[in-house]
Design a protein around this ligand. Structure first.
Ligand SMILES: *Cc1c(COP(=O)(O)O)cnc(C)c1O
Length: 461
């Protein structure tokens, strides 16, 4: 009677408009990667077959969102689309006030300037590049309070973004609550490989911060993906909708910064949302200096409309299951092929362990950069280095920082590619893995001073 029938998930949409991608020959790819100095950031997108560089601003919008663009009210002040977005943020996330910004880092800039004073400590569940820079520019210091498991790629903890409550309490004891303006909580944690935080852990963080009168600011860039993992993995939440879990997460925090270029399915946009009236007042004043009037903050009316619609779509179960499901599909396929990846598989990408795939390369021979170039040469799939090149140099000694991990990130854009594309990606990674001893290392031939991974050039050693 209780016979279980297998039902695979499939993409919960059909395709109404297509954008051709170009397949290249091995000779064309060889020329393209040489011209790009073996750096995938320097490739032209026309030479890329399947583009897994990033999930930021690369989503496909729905027909509803495109229709929303046509409803753009481009009035300088009081645009209809702003009020639609404000109502959506209140309804879906529960925050009281909205300050639109052009993207996530602008919201981080504003909240950091308002809440952080010189000498403050800002604890967070692992850093994110732009978040940390704005905390530091405002005079603060970031302190990592994520659980140790998050730093171990082999560890299969289901909620690797959880806060180590002892680390948080020790910080409060050491510096005093007065020097901690807020705790920064990200859902999911990008730099840990797209790993989620549990509601149980977030509730415990809320309890501790309440006791000391410390606020929580939520980096909600991938909150729907985190909520999906809670529904799947955390006891007690299987029956709760992703939409309600998202709202519950937000209700445990005091405000949020959002890069809408990720979960919220738009190509540009972001916001700051905040419950506190006084902070809102300051933020609404400040946004006028840096972004634009408080009813557009750097976004066109049409972009605010597409975002309001994108937020609603982002928490639909069929969407989020297929989005995360596609990443899991690729990750599991690679695991079955015996390819070493970071575990558990995260929500927005699969991270290849380049040290294990190319054991013959020393870290000075840039294994992750070499692997990303080799995958491009094999198939035209574009990935991103996350290893010694991304880690940069130690400012004092001028020596390379040597991170523990040499990773290549295959980041999946939302609603852009099909399962068939994922099959091609897996086949290409397997082909490179099989003939990995043929992959030679790289050396720098040009290196800029800042964020060198974007513009460095290399050649084979
Ligand atoms: C992308 C990102 C940001 C910054 O947002 P932008 O829209 O790129 O400015 C902040 N936090 C996280 C976790 C992100 O992934």
């Amino acid at each position: 009677m209780s016979e279980k029938r297998k039902r695979s998930w499939a993409e919960p949409y059909k395709i109404k408009m297509v954008e051709p991608v170009r397949m290249t020959t091995p000779d064309e790819r060889k020329q393209a990667i040489e011209e790009a100095g073996y750096n995938t950031f320097l490739l032209r997108s026309r030479d890329v077959y399947i583009d897994l560089l990033t999930d930021s601003g690369t989503s496909a919008m729905s027909d509803r969102q495109w229709a929303g663009l046509m409803m753009g009210d481009e009035s300088y002040a009081g645009s209809d689309n702003f009020y639609h977005l404000e109502e959506t943020v209140r309804g879906y996330y529960g925050y009281k006030h909205l300050v639109p910004t052009h993207q996530g880092r602008a919201a981080e800039h504003i909240i950091s300037k308002i809440m952080i004073k010189k000498g403050d400590i800002i604890p967070g569940n692992m850093y994110f590049t732009t978040t940390k820079v704005h905390q530091e520019l405002a005079g603060g210091t970031f302190a990592d309070i994520i659980i140790d498991e998050a730093h171990d790629p082999e560890n299969e903890h289901p909620f690797k973004a959880n806060v180590d409550l002892n680390k948080l309490e020790d910080l409060i004891k050491k510096y005093g609550a007065e020097r901690i303006p807020y705790v920064s909580i990200a859902t999911t944690v990008n730099m840990a490989g797209g790993q989620p935080i549990s509601l149980e852990n977030l509730k415990a963080v809320r309890k501790i911060t309440n006791k000391h009168g410390i606020k929580i600011i939520h980096d909600m860039t991938r909150v729907a993906e985190n909520a999906y993992f809670i529904k799947e993995r955390e006891p007690g939440y299987a029956e709760m909708s992703v939409k309600d879990i998202v709202k519950e997460i937000c209700s445990l925090t005091d405000g949020a910064t959002m890069s809408a270029k990720k979960d919220a399915l738009v190509n540009i946009g972001g916001f700051l949302a905040i419950n506190d009236d006084e902070v809102f007042d300051k933020a609404r004043n400040m946004v006028v200096i840096y972004e634009g009037l408080h009813t557009y903050g750097g976004m066109a009316g049409r972009d605010m409309e597409a975002l309001a619609i994108g937020i609603k779509e982002s928490v639909e179960f069929d969407h989020i299951r297929a989005r995360v499901g596609q990443v899991l599909y690729l990750g599991n396929k690679l695991l079955e092929m015996g390819i070493p990846i970071v575990k558990p598989i995260g929500s927005h990408g699969v991270f290849l362990d380049a040290k294990k795939i190319l054991p013959h390369l020393k870290q000075d021979e840039l294994p992750a950069q070499s692997l990303a170039a080799a995958i491009y040469l094999d198939s035209g799939v574009r990935a991103m280095e996350r290893g010694v090149v991304s880690a940069g140099r130690e400012p004092k000694t001028g020596k390379h920082n040597y991170p523990k991990l040499e990773l290549v990130r295959l980041t999946i854009p939302r609603r852009v590619y099909t399962q068939a594309h994922m099959d091609v990606v897996a086949e290409s990674v397997e082909a490179v893995h099989r003939s990995s001893s043929d992959v030679t290392g790289l050396k720098f031939v040009y290196e800029p001073t800042y964020l060198r991974f974007f513009q460095s050039r290399f050649e084979p050693v």
